[in-house]
Design a protein around this ligand. Structure first.
Ligand code: ZN
Length: 514
């Protein structure tokens, strides 16, 4: 049962006391239409937020590359990728100068992140403030906190860990939690439907889901414990484990009980894995959202037992949405929906440049951005880089599914076109981005020929996210105001009476303020 916090409707005159804990939940790849579609079946945490919170229905990421790292960097900084410097996904946090603790894997840090975030403003006002950030993914844990060396953990192959950017060893509470070996012990367990089968209107047997394998319930984890721990991140239980880890961390770190306001950031990764594999119209995503609702309910209950409901401020949003499988779109009559894979084109240009200027990946292409990091070296060898890029642009325009190809410098500042605006918010002038490519609606970037659903476009499908504020001092209601994810941090700054340390791209959503 979720306690009904009727006291939330506070009188308008008195400023609300500061919360002891600010909880920011980012659900990776949560489209807001899921909350409408499954609304009657949501009974717990999501239902509480929807019923008692300030619910914004028209909130969009206002940058072009709607990927995990740029999205997470935006939410608590109040600034677009053009200003945070986090413009790519994996490369947004990968850092070969640091390493993980206790496990092998790619090191990660906020080295590319520029500027400050909400936690820095909180720390400036309350030097004793602490932050804990946890996620299934490195970028989901690192980027909500910015550059601060706080408690930041993510999941790698069965355990939560961090990188040497943050610490030299794992604290006892993390080692004890990992010692439970929950993901390893899940070997051979099944993911079954949460509700009776008749409660799921969507078809289960859809042969293009999950790369054509294991696309019907129940889904079973491998019987080998190591393999199970790797696959665990894509199961609903992973979100439950992440929330349990977050709760354990708040206890061990004594968050919210030392007279300051502390920050807990939780990024829940499972919805993204399931959305990529099975798509936004699948029975699997439906079941995942129902389970997420129940996990969040239990999580909130335990926070309320510890802190009292009136001492917790909750925000829920997402780092991006997702576009349906092209197969699904074509079945609905959108015959032009395709996966666009420019790999062969880029490889052939790189091969030609290698022959003239020596071996290197001269052109780098990722999620619609063409970068030429070695431009100066190519030019020094007498290569006309502008003409190479112009040729690549011509060839990209010929690919089925490509809508437009622009040079960032040609994107007009005063354009009323949302695509142009989102690209301008995406690309820092010094990032070396030479071309930006936008696909036609419902087409997606192909990833290594994997037949998955994708996000990453400057479209409303990928940019539209939920946004709910919940807690004392928040004016509950449903708001249809068009807002952006860069508005979240300035709104929290107002609610917490903090001063941002630099100019922000967003504005406070004054609708929610008392
Ligand atoms: Zn994501």
């Amino acid at each position: 049962m979720i306690p009904l916090l009727l006291t939330l409707v506070a009188g308008p005159s008195r400023p609300a006391p500061k919360p002891r804990l600010v909880v920011v939940i980012t659900v990776d790849q949560l489209r807001p239409d899921y909350l409408d579609r499954y609304r009657p079946q949501l009974k717990s945490g999501l239902a509480m937020l929807l019923k008692q919170g300030a619910v914004f229905t028209e909130v969009y990421h206002d940058h072009a590359v709607t990927e995990t790292a740029p999205g997470h960097a935006t939410i608590l900084s109040g600034r677009w990728p053009a200003h945070t410097g986090v413009i790519r996904n994996f490369a947004g946090v990968q850092d070969s100068t640091t390493s993980l603790i206790g496990v092998t894997g790619i090191g990660a840090s906020p080295a590319r992140f520029r500027g400050t975030e909400l936690f820095d403003w909180l720390k400036a006002a309350e030097p004793a403030a602490r932050a804990l950030s946890v996620s299934g993914k490195d970028r989901g844990a690192i980027l909500p906190i910015g550059r601060a060396k706080e408690q930041v953990y993510w999941y790698v192959g069965g355990v939560f860990t961090t990188s040497r950017y943050y610490a030299d060893s794992l604290p006892l509470w993390v080692r004890v939690f990992n010692g439970e070996r929950v993901p390893f012990r899940a070997a051979g367990t099944q993911w079954t439907l949460f509700l009776p089968e008749r409660d799921y209107p969507e078809p289960d047997s859809v042969p293009y889901e999950n790369q054509g394998r294991d696309f019907v319930f129940p889904h079973r984890l491998p019987s080998d414990s190591g393999q199970a721990a790797l696959a665990f991140i894509a199961t609903p239980t992973m979100d439950s484990l992440t929330l349990a880890f977050a709760l354990e961390g708040t206890r061990a770190l004594r968050l919210g009980v030392r007279g300051t306001t502390d920050l807990l950031a939780v990024s829940l990764s499972t919805t993204d894995y399931i959305g990529h594999a099975y798509g936004p119209d699948s029975r699997e995503i439906h079941d995942q959202v129902l389970r997420l609702d129940r996990y969040l309910g239990r999580f909130f209950e335990q926070l309320f037992v510890r802190y009292g409901g009136s001492n917790v401020l909750i925000v829920l949003t997402a780092d991006h949405g997702v576009t349906p499988f092209p197969e699904h779109s074509r079945a609905l009559g959108r015959s032009g929906a395709v996966r666009v894979t420019p790999d062969t084109l880029i490889q052939s240009v790189n091969a030609a440049l290698d022959a003239r200027a020596g071996g290197a990946d001269w052109l780098v292409f990722e999620t619609g951005m063409l970068m030429v990091p070695g431009r100066a070296r190519l030019a020094a060898q007498g290569i006309n880089v502008d003409s190479v890029i112009a040729d690549v642009a011509t060839r990209l325009r010929r690919l089925a599914g490509v809508g437009r190809v622009d040079r960032p410098a040609d994107l007009a500042a005063d354009s009323a076109d949302p695509t142009v605006r989102r690209w301008r918010h995406q690309v820092p002038p010094d990032a070396g981005v030479e071309l930006v490519v936008t696909l036609k609606p419902y087409s997606i970037w192909g990833v290594a020929n994997l037949p998955i659903a994708m996000h990453g476009q400057p479209t409303d499908l990928d940019a539209h996210v939920p946004l709910i504020f919940w807690g004392q001092g928040v004016r509950r209601g449903v708001y249809g105001t068009r807002a952006r994810t860069v508005d979240i941090a300035p709104t929290l700054a107002r609610l917490l009476d903090l001063t941002p340390a630099e100019p922000l791209d967003g504005r406070p959503l004054t609708e929610v303020l008392p």
